[in-house]
Design a protein around this ligand. Structure first.
Ligand code: AHR
Length: 502
Protein backbone atom coordinates (compact mmCIF):
# COMPACT_ATOMS: atom_id res chain seq x y z
CA UNK A 1 0.00 0.00 0.00
CA UNK A 2 1.26 3.50 -0.79
CA UNK A 3 2.08 5.79 2.11
CA UNK A 4 1.50 9.43 2.93
CA UNK A 5 2.62 11.80 5.66
CA UNK A 6 0.71 14.71 7.10
CA UNK A 7 1.67 17.33 9.66
CA UNK A 8 -0.81 19.50 11.51
CA UNK A 9 1.11 22.27 13.26
CA UNK A 10 -0.67 24.46 15.81
CA UNK A 11 1.21 27.47 14.41
CA UNK A 12 0.16 26.86 10.79
CA UNK A 13 -2.57 29.48 11.10
CA UNK A 14 -4.72 30.26 8.05
CA UNK A 15 -7.58 32.25 9.56
CA UNK A 16 -10.19 32.64 12.21
CA UNK A 17 -13.00 31.24 10.07
CA UNK A 18 -15.94 33.52 9.34
CA UNK A 19 -18.92 31.20 9.91
CA UNK A 20 -20.61 32.74 6.88
CA UNK A 21 -18.37 30.44 4.83
CA UNK A 22 -21.08 27.81 5.54
CA UNK A 23 -23.83 29.90 3.97
CA UNK A 24 -26.39 28.68 1.47
CA UNK A 25 -28.85 30.07 -1.01
CA UNK A 26 -32.59 30.10 -1.66
CA UNK A 27 -33.84 31.57 -4.89
CA UNK A 28 -37.37 32.05 -6.15
CA UNK A 29 -36.72 29.23 -8.59
CA UNK A 30 -38.40 25.88 -9.14
CA UNK A 31 -39.55 24.27 -5.88
CA UNK A 32 -37.05 25.99 -3.60
CA UNK A 33 -39.55 28.34 -1.97
CA UNK A 34 -43.00 27.13 -3.12
CA UNK A 35 -43.39 23.38 -2.49
CA UNK A 36 -39.96 23.46 -0.86
CA UNK A 37 -39.62 25.41 2.35
CA UNK A 38 -43.23 26.62 1.98
CA UNK A 39 -46.11 24.25 1.36
CA UNK A 40 -49.22 25.35 3.25
CA UNK A 41 -51.27 22.23 2.47
CA UNK A 42 -48.62 19.80 3.70
CA UNK A 43 -49.44 17.79 6.86
CA UNK A 44 -46.21 19.02 8.44
CA UNK A 45 -46.71 22.69 7.59
CA UNK A 46 -46.77 25.16 10.47
CA UNK A 47 -49.36 27.90 10.79
CA UNK A 48 -47.46 30.12 8.38
CA UNK A 49 -47.24 27.35 5.77
CA UNK A 50 -43.60 26.41 6.30
CA UNK A 51 -42.71 22.72 6.43
CA UNK A 52 -41.50 21.76 9.88
CA UNK A 53 -39.60 18.72 8.62
CA UNK A 54 -37.61 20.96 6.26
CA UNK A 55 -36.97 23.47 9.05
CA UNK A 56 -35.48 20.65 11.14
CA UNK A 57 -33.21 19.46 8.33
CA UNK A 58 -31.99 23.02 7.69
CA UNK A 59 -31.43 23.67 11.39
CA UNK A 60 -29.22 20.59 11.65
CA UNK A 61 -26.93 22.13 9.05
CA UNK A 62 -26.43 25.29 11.14
CA UNK A 63 -26.61 27.48 8.05
CA UNK A 64 -25.44 30.91 9.22
CA UNK A 65 -26.60 32.98 6.26
CA UNK A 66 -28.90 32.45 3.26
CA UNK A 67 -28.57 34.40 0.02
CA UNK A 68 -31.98 35.58 -1.25
CA UNK A 69 -34.08 36.05 -3.46
CA UNK A 70 -31.71 35.19 -6.35
CA UNK A 71 -29.76 34.43 -8.43
CA UNK A 72 -30.92 35.21 -11.89
CA UNK A 73 -34.39 35.88 -10.48
CA UNK A 74 -33.25 39.05 -8.71
CA UNK A 75 -32.30 40.76 -11.97
CA UNK A 76 -35.98 41.26 -12.85
CA UNK A 77 -37.34 41.53 -9.32
CA UNK A 78 -39.30 44.49 -7.94
CA UNK A 79 -38.76 44.21 -4.21
CA UNK A 80 -41.87 46.31 -3.55
CA UNK A 81 -43.96 43.41 -4.94
CA UNK A 82 -42.89 41.23 -2.03
CA UNK A 83 -43.85 43.43 0.94
CA UNK A 84 -47.12 44.46 2.55
CA UNK A 85 -50.47 42.65 2.52
CA UNK A 86 -50.31 39.42 0.51
CA UNK A 87 -53.60 40.07 -1.25
CA UNK A 88 -52.17 43.21 -2.85
CA UNK A 89 -49.05 41.56 -4.20
CA UNK A 90 -48.91 41.23 -7.98
CA UNK A 91 -48.25 38.09 -9.97
CA UNK A 92 -45.33 38.64 -12.30
CA UNK A 93 -43.70 36.83 -15.18
CA UNK A 94 -40.19 35.86 -14.14
CA UNK A 95 -38.00 36.06 -17.23
CA UNK A 96 -35.07 34.36 -15.54
CA UNK A 97 -36.79 30.98 -15.33
CA UNK A 98 -39.93 31.64 -17.45
CA UNK A 99 -42.30 31.01 -14.57
CA UNK A 100 -45.05 32.95 -12.82
CA UNK A 101 -44.11 34.46 -9.47
CA UNK A 102 -47.01 34.94 -7.09
CA UNK A 103 -45.05 36.82 -4.40
CA UNK A 104 -46.94 34.84 -1.78
CA UNK A 105 -43.66 34.43 0.05
CA UNK A 106 -41.96 37.80 0.36
CA UNK A 107 -39.44 39.51 2.52
CA UNK A 108 -41.26 39.22 5.86
CA UNK A 109 -42.31 35.61 5.32
CA UNK A 110 -38.75 34.69 4.38
CA UNK A 111 -37.40 36.52 7.43
CA UNK A 112 -39.85 34.57 9.61
CA UNK A 113 -38.54 31.34 8.11
CA UNK A 114 -34.94 32.43 8.71
CA UNK A 115 -35.80 33.09 12.35
CA UNK A 116 -37.12 29.52 12.56
CA UNK A 117 -33.91 28.04 11.17
CA UNK A 118 -31.60 30.39 13.15
CA UNK A 119 -30.10 32.01 10.12
CA UNK A 120 -29.76 35.47 8.60
CA UNK A 121 -30.43 37.02 5.23
CA UNK A 122 -27.87 37.94 2.58
CA UNK A 123 -30.02 40.14 0.40
CA UNK A 124 -29.37 40.75 -3.29
CA UNK A 125 -30.54 43.94 -5.03
CA UNK A 126 -31.62 44.12 -8.65
CA UNK A 127 -28.95 45.73 -10.82
CA UNK A 128 -30.30 44.15 -13.99
CA UNK A 129 -33.59 45.91 -14.78
CA UNK A 130 -33.30 48.39 -11.89
CA UNK A 131 -30.62 50.35 -10.10
CA UNK A 132 -29.55 52.94 -7.57
CA UNK A 133 -32.96 54.25 -6.58
CA UNK A 134 -34.65 50.90 -5.90
CA UNK A 135 -31.59 49.69 -4.01
CA UNK A 136 -31.28 52.69 -1.70
CA UNK A 137 -35.03 52.57 -1.02
CA UNK A 138 -34.75 48.90 -0.10
CA UNK A 139 -31.98 49.64 2.41
CA UNK A 140 -34.17 52.38 3.88
CA UNK A 141 -37.15 49.99 4.07
CA UNK A 142 -35.09 47.20 5.62
CA UNK A 143 -32.61 48.95 7.89
CA UNK A 144 -33.73 52.50 8.73
CA UNK A 145 -35.49 52.71 12.06
CA UNK A 146 -38.33 55.15 11.35
CA UNK A 147 -39.38 58.64 10.33
CA UNK A 148 -38.98 58.33 6.57
CA UNK A 149 -41.28 57.15 3.78
CA UNK A 150 -39.84 53.65 3.32
CA UNK A 151 -39.10 52.91 6.97
CA UNK A 152 -42.58 54.05 7.97
CA UNK A 153 -44.04 51.90 5.22
CA UNK A 154 -42.26 48.92 6.74
CA UNK A 155 -43.73 49.80 10.11
CA UNK A 156 -47.18 50.07 8.56
CA UNK A 157 -46.63 46.53 7.24
CA UNK A 158 -46.36 45.36 10.84
CA UNK A 159 -42.57 45.19 11.11
CA UNK A 160 -41.74 47.72 13.82
CA UNK A 161 -38.04 47.04 14.20
CA UNK A 162 -35.72 47.20 11.20
CA UNK A 163 -34.48 43.96 9.63
CA UNK A 164 -30.88 45.14 10.08
CA UNK A 165 -29.63 43.14 7.14
CA UNK A 166 -25.87 43.28 7.21
CA UNK A 167 -24.74 41.56 4.00
CA UNK A 168 -25.92 42.68 0.55
CA UNK A 169 -25.14 41.55 -2.99
CA UNK A 170 -24.91 44.20 -5.73
CA UNK A 171 -26.82 42.28 -8.39
CA UNK A 172 -26.13 38.81 -9.74
CA UNK A 173 -23.88 37.47 -12.52
CA UNK A 174 -24.04 40.70 -14.47
CA UNK A 175 -21.44 39.41 -16.96
CA UNK A 176 -23.72 36.66 -18.32
CA UNK A 177 -25.79 36.96 -21.52
CA UNK A 178 -28.55 34.96 -19.77
CA UNK A 179 -28.91 37.77 -17.21
CA UNK A 180 -31.70 40.33 -17.49
CA UNK A 181 -29.87 43.61 -17.99
CA UNK A 182 -26.42 42.13 -18.70
CA UNK A 183 -23.68 44.75 -18.61
CA UNK A 184 -20.10 45.27 -19.61
CA UNK A 185 -17.62 45.32 -16.75
CA UNK A 186 -17.34 49.10 -16.94
CA UNK A 187 -21.11 49.64 -17.08
CA UNK A 188 -21.61 47.33 -14.14
CA UNK A 189 -18.67 48.73 -12.20
CA UNK A 190 -19.97 52.29 -12.45
CA UNK A 191 -23.51 51.28 -11.52
CA UNK A 192 -22.35 49.08 -8.64
CA UNK A 193 -20.17 51.88 -7.29
CA UNK A 194 -22.95 54.48 -7.30
CA UNK A 195 -25.41 51.98 -5.83
CA UNK A 196 -22.97 50.94 -3.13
CA UNK A 197 -22.22 54.55 -2.25
CA UNK A 198 -25.88 55.43 -1.76
CA UNK A 199 -26.76 52.20 0.05
CA UNK A 200 -23.97 52.96 2.52
CA UNK A 201 -25.13 56.55 2.86
CA UNK A 202 -28.45 55.15 4.10
CA UNK A 203 -26.77 52.58 6.35
CA UNK A 204 -22.98 52.76 6.75
CA UNK A 205 -22.88 49.51 8.72
CA UNK A 206 -23.75 47.24 5.77
CA UNK A 207 -21.28 45.05 3.87
CA UNK A 208 -21.42 44.84 0.10
CA UNK A 209 -20.51 42.15 -2.41
CA UNK A 210 -19.73 43.18 -5.99
CA UNK A 211 -20.35 40.68 -8.78
CA UNK A 212 -17.31 38.85 -10.05
CA UNK A 213 -17.48 36.51 -13.02
CA UNK A 214 -20.29 33.98 -13.19
CA UNK A 215 -17.72 31.23 -13.75
CA UNK A 216 -14.01 30.95 -14.29
CA UNK A 217 -14.37 29.93 -17.95
CA UNK A 218 -16.18 33.16 -18.92
CA UNK A 219 -14.18 34.84 -21.71
CA UNK A 220 -14.26 38.08 -19.72
CA UNK A 221 -12.92 36.46 -16.52
CA UNK A 222 -10.07 38.39 -14.86
CA UNK A 223 -10.57 41.54 -16.95
CA UNK A 224 -14.08 41.69 -15.52
CA UNK A 225 -12.82 41.54 -11.92
CA UNK A 226 -10.02 44.04 -12.58
CA UNK A 227 -12.38 46.57 -14.17
CA UNK A 228 -15.19 46.13 -11.65
CA UNK A 229 -12.81 46.50 -8.72
CA UNK A 230 -11.12 49.49 -10.29
CA UNK A 231 -14.53 51.20 -10.38
CA UNK A 232 -15.82 50.04 -6.98
CA UNK A 233 -12.78 49.47 -4.76
CA UNK A 234 -13.52 52.04 -2.07
CA UNK A 235 -17.21 51.25 -1.73
CA UNK A 236 -17.40 47.44 -1.70
CA UNK A 237 -16.09 44.84 0.72
CA UNK A 238 -16.18 41.56 -1.22
CA UNK A 239 -16.08 40.32 -4.78
CA UNK A 240 -18.19 37.27 -5.63
CA UNK A 241 -17.10 34.00 -7.24
CA UNK A 242 -19.53 31.51 -8.75
CA UNK A 243 -18.77 28.09 -10.15
CA UNK A 244 -20.64 24.83 -10.74
CA UNK A 245 -18.90 21.49 -11.30
CA UNK A 246 -20.13 18.81 -13.73
CA UNK A 247 -19.20 15.32 -14.83
CA UNK A 248 -20.78 15.45 -18.29
CA UNK A 249 -18.21 13.13 -19.84
CA UNK A 250 -18.23 10.58 -17.07
CA UNK A 251 -14.62 11.38 -16.29
CA UNK A 252 -14.78 10.75 -12.56
CA UNK A 253 -11.03 11.12 -12.01
CA UNK A 254 -11.09 14.70 -13.29
CA UNK A 255 -14.40 15.42 -11.56
CA UNK A 256 -13.05 14.33 -8.17
CA UNK A 257 -10.05 16.61 -8.73
CA UNK A 258 -12.31 19.67 -9.01
CA UNK A 259 -10.82 21.21 -5.87
CA UNK A 260 -7.77 22.04 -7.99
CA UNK A 261 -9.94 24.36 -10.06
CA UNK A 262 -11.48 25.95 -6.99
CA UNK A 263 -8.02 26.59 -5.48
CA UNK A 264 -6.86 28.08 -8.75
CA UNK A 265 -9.94 30.25 -9.20
CA UNK A 266 -9.62 31.63 -5.66
CA UNK A 267 -5.88 32.30 -6.03
CA UNK A 268 -6.51 34.15 -9.29
CA UNK A 269 -9.24 36.37 -7.82
CA UNK A 270 -7.10 37.13 -4.76
CA UNK A 271 -4.30 38.18 -7.11
CA UNK A 272 -6.64 40.52 -8.99
CA UNK A 273 -7.95 42.07 -5.76
CA UNK A 274 -4.41 42.70 -4.61
CA UNK A 275 -3.36 44.04 -8.00
CA UNK A 276 -6.11 46.66 -7.85
CA UNK A 277 -5.20 47.39 -4.23
CA UNK A 278 -1.59 48.04 -5.27
CA UNK A 279 -2.65 50.12 -8.27
CA UNK A 280 -4.76 52.31 -6.00
CA UNK A 281 -2.15 52.47 -3.23
CA UNK A 282 -4.99 51.39 -0.97
CA UNK A 283 -4.72 50.05 2.55
CA UNK A 284 -8.05 48.30 2.23
CA UNK A 285 -8.28 44.57 1.45
CA UNK A 286 -11.11 43.14 -0.63
CA UNK A 287 -12.15 39.65 0.41
CA UNK A 288 -13.98 36.91 -1.47
CA UNK A 289 -17.57 35.72 -1.27
CA UNK A 290 -17.87 32.37 -3.09
CA UNK A 291 -21.61 32.82 -3.05
CA UNK A 292 -22.61 30.14 -5.55
CA UNK A 293 -20.86 26.79 -5.64
CA UNK A 294 -22.04 23.21 -6.07
CA UNK A 295 -22.38 20.38 -8.56
CA UNK A 296 -24.97 21.19 -11.24
CA UNK A 297 -25.44 19.21 -14.42
CA UNK A 298 -27.72 16.22 -13.87
CA UNK A 299 -30.85 18.14 -14.94
CA UNK A 300 -29.40 20.58 -17.47
CA UNK A 301 -30.84 18.74 -20.51
CA UNK A 302 -34.18 17.61 -19.07
CA UNK A 303 -34.99 21.10 -17.74
CA UNK A 304 -35.03 22.44 -21.29
CA UNK A 305 -38.42 20.71 -21.75
CA UNK A 306 -40.22 22.62 -18.97
CA UNK A 307 -43.32 24.50 -20.11
CA UNK A 308 -43.28 28.28 -19.65
CA UNK A 309 -45.17 30.36 -17.06
CA UNK A 310 -45.99 27.57 -14.62
CA UNK A 311 -45.86 28.31 -10.90
CA UNK A 312 -42.92 26.60 -9.19
CA UNK A 313 -42.36 23.70 -11.59
CA UNK A 314 -39.66 21.20 -10.53
CA UNK A 315 -36.41 22.53 -11.98
CA UNK A 316 -32.69 21.99 -11.29
CA UNK A 317 -33.65 18.99 -9.12
CA UNK A 318 -30.28 17.28 -9.44
CA UNK A 319 -30.15 13.93 -7.68
CA UNK A 320 -26.70 13.75 -6.14
CA UNK A 321 -24.56 10.64 -6.02
CA UNK A 322 -21.55 9.41 -4.09
CA UNK A 323 -19.00 11.07 -6.38
CA UNK A 324 -20.86 14.39 -6.02
CA UNK A 325 -20.64 14.04 -2.23
CA UNK A 326 -16.88 13.46 -2.46
CA UNK A 327 -16.44 16.53 -4.63
CA UNK A 328 -18.58 18.71 -2.37
CA UNK A 329 -16.50 17.52 0.61
CA UNK A 330 -13.36 18.41 -1.33
CA UNK A 331 -14.66 21.86 -2.26
CA UNK A 332 -15.39 22.58 1.39
CA UNK A 333 -11.77 21.70 2.16
CA UNK A 334 -10.67 24.11 -0.56
CA UNK A 335 -12.84 26.92 0.87
CA UNK A 336 -11.33 26.38 4.31
CA UNK A 337 -7.76 26.23 2.97
CA UNK A 338 -8.43 29.67 1.49
CA UNK A 339 -10.48 31.02 4.37
CA UNK A 340 -8.07 33.89 5.00
CA UNK A 341 -9.59 35.50 1.89
CA UNK A 342 -12.80 33.53 1.31
CA UNK A 343 -14.82 34.92 4.17
CA UNK A 344 -18.27 33.97 2.88
CA UNK A 345 -19.59 31.19 0.65
CA UNK A 346 -23.00 29.83 -0.28
CA UNK A 347 -23.71 26.25 -1.23
CA UNK A 348 -26.18 26.75 -4.07
CA UNK A 349 -28.82 25.97 -3.16
CA UNK A 350 -30.58 24.61 -0.05
CA UNK A 351 -33.92 22.93 -0.78
CA UNK A 352 -34.97 21.02 -3.95
CA UNK A 353 -33.05 23.24 -6.38
CA UNK A 354 -29.50 21.77 -6.69
CA UNK A 355 -29.83 21.14 -3.02
CA UNK A 356 -28.72 18.96 -0.11
CA UNK A 357 -32.37 18.70 1.04
CA UNK A 358 -35.14 17.27 -1.14
CA UNK A 359 -38.88 17.14 -0.64
CA UNK A 360 -41.83 15.47 -2.30
CA UNK A 361 -44.80 17.79 -2.71
CA UNK A 362 -47.28 16.42 -0.19
CA UNK A 363 -44.77 13.78 0.89
CA UNK A 364 -41.40 13.08 2.44
CA UNK A 365 -38.22 15.06 2.84
CA UNK A 366 -34.74 13.54 2.85
CA UNK A 367 -31.01 14.20 2.80
CA UNK A 368 -29.13 13.96 -0.47
CA UNK A 369 -25.61 12.47 -0.49
CA UNK A 370 -24.04 15.96 -0.52
CA UNK A 371 -25.86 16.83 2.70
CA UNK A 372 -23.32 14.92 4.75
CA UNK A 373 -20.00 16.62 3.96
CA UNK A 374 -21.79 19.97 4.24
CA UNK A 375 -23.28 18.98 7.59
CA UNK A 376 -20.03 17.77 9.13
CA UNK A 377 -17.96 20.69 7.89
CA UNK A 378 -20.51 23.31 8.91
CA UNK A 379 -21.11 21.84 12.35
CA UNK A 380 -17.54 20.86 13.25
CA UNK A 381 -15.48 23.20 11.08
CA UNK A 382 -15.74 26.30 13.23
CA UNK A 383 -12.78 27.97 14.84
CA UNK A 384 -9.28 28.50 13.52
CA UNK A 385 -8.30 26.98 10.17
CA UNK A 386 -4.85 25.36 10.14
CA UNK A 387 -2.87 24.44 7.07
CA UNK A 388 -2.00 20.74 6.79
CA UNK A 389 1.41 19.87 5.34
CA UNK A 390 1.18 16.91 2.98
CA UNK A 391 3.72 14.53 1.57
CA UNK A 392 1.69 12.15 -0.57
CA UNK A 393 1.64 10.50 -3.99
CA UNK A 394 0.22 12.37 -6.96
CA UNK A 395 -1.71 11.39 -10.09
CA UNK A 396 -2.57 12.78 -13.50
CA UNK A 397 -6.05 12.83 -15.01
CA UNK A 398 -7.51 14.25 -18.21
CA UNK A 399 -8.08 17.75 -16.80
CA UNK A 400 -5.24 18.14 -14.31
CA UNK A 401 -1.70 16.93 -13.69
CA UNK A 402 0.22 16.36 -10.48
CA UNK A 403 -2.87 16.19 -8.31
CA UNK A 404 -2.06 15.25 -4.72
CA UNK A 405 -4.11 12.19 -3.78
CA UNK A 406 -4.96 13.76 -0.47
CA UNK A 407 -6.42 17.16 0.16
CA UNK A 408 -6.83 18.32 3.72
CA UNK A 409 -7.37 21.13 6.21
CA UNK A 410 -7.68 21.23 10.00
CA UNK A 411 -9.81 23.33 12.31
CA UNK A 412 -8.80 24.07 15.88
CA UNK A 413 -11.40 25.15 18.42
CA UNK A 414 -10.15 26.60 21.69
CA UNK A 415 -13.71 26.76 22.99
CA UNK A 416 -14.57 23.13 22.29
CA UNK A 417 -11.05 21.84 22.96
CA UNK A 418 -11.03 20.03 19.66
CA UNK A 419 -8.95 19.59 16.58
CA UNK A 420 -10.96 18.50 13.54
CA UNK A 421 -9.25 17.16 10.48
CA UNK A 422 -10.99 16.97 7.10
CA UNK A 423 -9.32 14.73 4.52
CA UNK A 424 -10.30 13.76 0.98
CA UNK A 425 -8.59 10.87 -0.77
CA UNK A 426 -9.46 11.78 -4.34
CA UNK A 427 -7.52 8.93 -5.89
CA UNK A 428 -9.75 6.32 -7.53
CA UNK A 429 -6.95 3.75 -7.36
CA UNK A 430 -5.05 3.91 -4.10
CA UNK A 431 -5.85 3.33 -0.45
CA UNK A 432 -3.20 5.22 1.51
CA UNK A 433 -1.47 4.35 4.74
CA UNK A 434 -1.25 7.69 6.51
CA UNK A 435 0.86 8.88 9.42
CA UNK A 436 -0.31 12.27 10.65
CA UNK A 437 1.95 14.15 13.04
CA UNK A 438 -0.16 16.00 15.64
CA UNK A 439 2.58 16.54 18.22
CA UNK A 440 2.21 20.32 18.52
CA UNK A 441 -1.39 19.96 19.66
CA UNK A 442 -1.27 18.03 22.93
CA UNK A 443 -4.05 15.64 21.92
CA UNK A 444 -5.84 13.61 24.58
CA UNK A 445 -7.68 11.17 22.31
CA UNK A 446 -9.50 10.68 19.05
CA UNK A 447 -13.21 11.22 19.68
CA UNK A 448 -14.71 10.75 16.24
CA UNK A 449 -13.80 9.11 12.94
CA UNK A 450 -16.34 9.47 10.14
CA UNK A 451 -15.96 8.44 6.50
CA UNK A 452 -18.05 8.61 3.36
CA UNK A 453 -16.53 5.76 1.40
CA UNK A 454 -17.05 2.53 -0.47
CA UNK A 455 -20.18 3.28 -2.47
CA UNK A 456 -20.78 2.94 -6.17
CA UNK A 457 -19.87 6.33 -7.68
CA UNK A 458 -23.40 6.70 -9.02
CA UNK A 459 -25.26 5.59 -5.86
CA UNK A 460 -27.93 8.09 -4.76
CA UNK A 461 -30.38 8.72 -1.93
CA UNK A 462 -34.06 8.86 -2.85
CA UNK A 463 -37.37 9.24 -1.00
CA UNK A 464 -37.70 5.45 -1.05
CA UNK A 465 -34.06 4.78 -0.14
CA UNK A 466 -32.88 7.83 1.80
CA UNK A 467 -29.92 6.05 3.41
CA UNK A 468 -28.19 4.59 0.36
CA UNK A 469 -25.22 6.98 0.75
CA UNK A 470 -24.50 7.85 4.36
CA UNK A 471 -21.35 8.33 6.43
CA UNK A 472 -19.98 5.44 8.48
CA UNK A 473 -18.49 5.69 11.96
CA UNK A 474 -15.09 4.07 12.20
CA UNK A 475 -12.73 3.11 15.00
CA UNK A 476 -11.25 5.92 17.07
CA UNK A 477 -8.29 3.76 18.08
CA UNK A 478 -6.06 5.50 15.58
CA UNK A 479 -4.16 7.91 17.86
CA UNK A 480 -1.02 7.21 19.84
CA UNK A 481 1.90 9.31 21.08
CA UNK A 482 1.23 12.37 18.98
CA UNK A 483 0.43 10.53 15.75
CA UNK A 484 -2.69 9.42 13.96
CA UNK A 485 -1.99 6.24 12.03
CA UNK A 486 -4.72 5.05 9.74
CA UNK A 487 -5.64 3.86 6.26
CA UNK A 488 -7.54 6.38 4.16
CA UNK A 489 -9.46 4.53 1.51
CA UNK A 490 -9.49 5.50 -2.14
CA UNK A 491 -12.39 7.79 -3.07
CA UNK A 492 -13.25 8.70 0.49
CA UNK A 493 -14.06 11.85 2.44
CA UNK A 494 -13.12 11.74 6.11
CA UNK A 495 -13.50 13.71 9.29
CA UNK A 496 -11.36 12.99 12.38
CA UNK A 497 -11.93 14.80 15.67
CA UNK A 498 -9.55 14.91 18.59
CA UNK A 499 -9.92 16.15 22.15
CA UNK A 500 -7.14 18.58 23.01
CA UNK A 501 -5.79 18.99 26.56
CA UNK A 502 -6.02 22.51 28.00
O1 AHR B 1 -28.25 28.70 -8.77
C1 AHR B 1 -28.86 28.66 -10.00
C2 AHR B 1 -28.45 29.82 -10.88
O2 AHR B 1 -27.11 29.69 -11.22
C3 AHR B 1 -28.54 31.19 -10.28
O3 AHR B 1 -29.80 31.76 -10.44
C4 AHR B 1 -27.55 31.98 -11.08
O4 AHR B 1 -26.99 33.04 -10.36
C5 AHR B 1 -26.53 30.94 -11.52
O5 AHR B 1 -26.27 31.02 -12.87
Amino acid sequence: MKQAKMIVDRLNHISQIDNRIYGSFIEHLGRAVYDGIYEPGHPLADEAGFRKDVIELVKELKVPIVRYPGGNFVSGFNWEDSVGPKQNRPKRLDLAWFTTETNEVGMQEFQNWLDEVDSEMMLAVNLGTRGVDAARNLVEYANHKEGSYWSDLRKSHGKKEPYNIKTWCLGNEMDGPWQMGQKTAYEYGRLANETAKMMKWVDPSIELVACGSSKMVMPTFADWEATVLTETYDEVDYISLHNYWANFEDDTASFLSGGVLMDDFIRSVVAICDYVKAKKRSKKQINLSFDEWNVWYHTKESDKEIEHWLQAPPRLEDVYNFEDALLVGGLLISLLKNSDRVRMACLAQLVNVIAPIMTETGGKSWKQAIYYPYYYTSVYGRGEALKVNLDCPKYDCREYTDVTMLDSVAVYSEEERTLTLFVLNRSMEEDLEVACDLRTLDIESCICNIAIEGYDYKAVNTAQQPDAVIPVEKSTKIYEDGYMNTVIRKSSWNMYRFRVNR
